[in-house]
Design a protein around this ligand. Structure first.
Ligand code: DX5
Ligand code: ZN
Length: 216
């Protein structure tokens, strides 16, 4: 699989979100990563379906919506209607994960599953054939700008092995503390999609920041 980069708009300037998204799109972004936080599942509040529907017309890139919320089932319809292309839910937030993943797909949206750093990778083995994407958190979710947790790479390597054994084709994504150095480690472990917030948006030259992750 070719490497993909998903800038996280959590670190963008929300007062000029359109320009921010156009900038990273022109700089080679593959997805736009949208971090949805509810102040319950994680200790921070960000955005909801309204913002997703506002950014939908300004880019052709897939919107990669990462739900860090309790009871995600309640909001799948809203995010799908807002124009999400991928909706990822946390295994820790889903009581009936298999059902939730199918409900995402029934909306014609790609389904992703997310694991916190402390969640064993075995938690997703039974549902791997039902997902389009597996997102490994490489920080504890809630905020941009935290440090990468390298132990997560063992889980990435296990997912690569299972993908091959089970002849599946889900993408493997990492999120948190990704920069050109940590991206190199992730690439070696087999990661396909790299979410990066502060490493891209805190850099004045976003195109250069994206390139340096590609070249990791
Ligand atoms: C963390 C979010 C991430 C975050 C990444 O809770 O899910 O997407 O924005 O930010 P950086 O790249 O700054 O760690
Ligand atoms: Zn995220």
């Amino acid at each position: 699989m070719t490497m993909k980069i998903a800038p996280s708009i959590l670190s963008a300037d929300f007062s000029i979100l359109k320009e921010e998204i156009s900038d990273v799109a022109a700089g080679g972004a593959d997805y736009i990563h949208v971090d949805v936080m509810d102040g319950h599942f994680v200790p921070n509040i960000t955005i909801g379906p309204l913002v997703v529907s506002s950014i939908r017309p300004i880019t052709d890139l897939p919107l990669d919506v990462h739900l860090m919320i309790e009871d995600p089932d309640k909001y799948i319809n809203d995010f799908a209607a807002a124009g999400a292309n991928i909706i990822s839910v946390h295994v820790e937030a889903c009581r009936h994960l298999h059902r939730t993943l199918h409900s995402i797909k029934e909306h014609g949206v790609k389904a992703g599953v997310v694991l916190n750093p402390a969640t064993p990778v075995e938690a997703i083995k039974p549902i791997l054939k039902h997902v389009d994407l597996v997102l490994f958190m490489t920080v504890n979710p809630g905020f941009g700008g935290q440090s990468f947790i390298p132990e997560v790479l063992d889980k990435v390597k296990q997912a690569v092995i299972w993908r091959k054994e089970l002849e599946l084709d889900f993408e493997i994504e990492v999120d948190g503390g990704i920069n050109s150095e940590t991206a190199k480690l992730c690439k070696e472990a087999g990661v396909d999609v790299f979410v990066a917030g502060s490493a891209i948006f805190d850099n004045e030259d976003r195109h250069k920041a994206i390139q340096s992750i590609y070249q990791a």
